[in-house]
Design a binder for this molecule. Structure first.
Ligand SMILES: *Cc1c(COP(=O)(O)O)cnc(C)c1O
Length: 487
């Protein structure tokens, strides 16, 4: 039998289908308390979940309950089953992948979005959902120093999608449609060797041939080499293929390299290809004027530019911001307006139905969490956090560089440090496994010029300098056993 909830009479009774405001207040507070306790407990937990495959599922009943269970028993299962099965992304010692940081204002925005329960597929299905998003995304464009042509006032615009992968796919489909309208030649996509996997995945989903994605070589810092792009574009043009879509990465996953967008943009224009800038992680740093120039260089010539506030800008997952110069090109590729989606406002042309710019029809009210984060945290604090993270990564890189057992595989780019053990790939992989098993920090890996690379990405909301120091201490201790005799 389930225990009765402690928080008073009636809480164990069935919820029923009706919305009970008094009970919602009470149980809502209990859930908020649970979340606050969780954040307070993070520092003491192992970052990476320690469970074996299948453990979580084995703790849960095979069938859904026939009758209502009280919140207290659900929360008890959350503690007993779910939390041990979590890798704690909000842990201050989470340095893997790119952290997906979150903030109290954005979490409250997410709760409000669920509480309103609106679906903003058309302007008319909630004008505030469309218009607040346009405003919040334009505020962010301005804070990042992105050009006016992505602004809400002209042909361009900005929107929120679930992910950088989806945003890229929508732009790729728009580019493909544009290319096919120009002629039947096979459309070709270009990105660097170090570009994100979402480019190849997007091309596959868009029905393009496997050999339609051309990988362009990178320089020793991991940046696309424009002179090799020129060769590839010319080859394709001469072979009767059509350059269609070029992805420039601002902040590659392996080592944070920034492709020279300002040199790539004129080539895109010359060949009639759509230029998309993938700044999913690094784009956030453009709020700081001192980091901005290389991040936004060439943006005024790009067709689309995307970044994820859900990585390094305190908006809880998911929130991708995509700006584009020509909303009409996206709508031409993606809009289908059956009778049941027609409205007077949409037909009049006075509003844009944002479902015309994305894959799903339905739209969550994600703007609330971005808007609340921007209002309640403010740009000054965003800049301060990014500056701190970059400074701590530079310090960490200094420690790595000064330790003869280690080698830096790249100068730190913003808050990402890529490094290895001199003893080789196997030792580096064993070090990573040992650190992550220990639970006091979580790092991930990549390949840099064929070498196994450890990555430390600073970006957690509650990460402090002491956590970066601790990660280095742990690495140093565990490396002692792995660096080999005499090392
Ligand atoms: C994280 C990342 C992506 C993928 O982001 P999603 O939003 O998860 O699709 C794409 N490109 C780069 C450079 C990234 O850092």
């Amino acid at each position: 039998m389930e225990e009765r909830s402690q928080d008073g009479e009636g809480s164990g009774a069935a919820w029923g289908a009706a919305f009970d405001p008094e009970r919602f207040r009470r149980e809502g507070r209990a859930v908020i308390d649970w979340i606050a306790d969780y954040w307070q407990s993070l520092d003491a937990r192992p970052v990476l979940s320690q469970v074996e495959p299948g453990w979580v599922a084995a703790q849960l009943p095979r069938r859904a309950p026939q009758t209502s269970e009280p919140l207290a028993s659900v929360l008890a299962d959350l503690d007993r089953v779910v939390v041990p099965g979590l890798t704690h992304w909000q842990h201050p010692s989470f340095f893997a992948y790119f952290p997906a940081n979150a903030s109290a204002p954005s979490i409250l925005g997410e709760i409000l979005s669920a509480g309103l329960g609106v679906q903003g597929m058309l302007w008319a299905t909630s004008p505030a959902c469309t218009e607040l998003e346009a405003v919040a995304v334009d505020w962010l464009r301005d804070l990042l120093g992105l050009p006016e042509r992505f602004g809400a006032s002209g042909a361009g615009g900005g929107m929120i999608q679930d992910s950088a992968s989806s945003g890229l796919l929508c732009c790729l489909v728009a580019a493909r449609e544009r290319a096919l309208a120009a002629g039947p030649e096979m459309p070709v996509v270009y990105c660097s060797d170090d570009a994100h996997s979402s480019v190849a995945k997007g091309a596959r989903i868009a029905g393009m041939a496997a050999d339609a994605v051309r990988r362009i070589g990178v320089d020793p810092q991991g940046r696309m080499r424009p002179e090799l792009l020129v060769v590839a574009l010319d080859e394709d043009q001469q072979a009767g293929r059509r350059p269609c879509f070029i992805v420039a990465t601002v902040g590659t996953t392996a080592r944070g390299a920034i492709d020279p967008v300002a040199q790539i943009a004129p080539l895109a224009r010359q060949h009639g290809a759509w230029l998309h800038v993938d700044a999913a992680w690094a784009g956030a740093a453009a709020v700081c004027p001192e980091f901005r120039p290389p991040l936004v260089a060439g943006a005024e010539m790009a067709d689309s530019w995307g970044m994820n506030p859900h990585k390094w800008m305190l908006v809880n997952f998911d929130c991708h911001c995509l700006w584009f110069a020509d909303g009409g090109a996206l709508a031409a590729a993606l809009s289908t307006k059956p009778e049941y989606l027609r409205t007077a406002a949409g037909d009049s042309g006075a509003v844009v139905d944002r479902s015309d710019w994305q894959i799903p029809l339905g739209r969550r009210f994600r703007a609330l969490k971005l808007w609340m984060m921007l209002r309640m945290i403010g740009a000054e604090e965003l800049r301060k956090r990014i500056r701190d993270h970059v400074a701590w990564a530079a310090e960490f890189a200094g420690w790595v560089g000064a330790d003869p057992r280690f080698v830096l595989l790249s100068p730190p780019n913003l808050s990402l440090v890529t490094f290895a053990l001199r003893a080789g790939d196997e030792a580096s992989a064993r070090l990573l496994a040992a650190v992550n098993r220990g639970g006091s920090a979580y790092l991930s890996h990549a390949r840099v010029e064929g070498r196994y690379a450890l990555r430390l990405a600073v970006g957690g909301t509650i990460t402090g300098r002491q956590h970066v120091v601790q990660a280095w201490t742990t690495l140093g201790e565990l490396a002692g056993d792995l660096a080999g005799p005499g090392a």
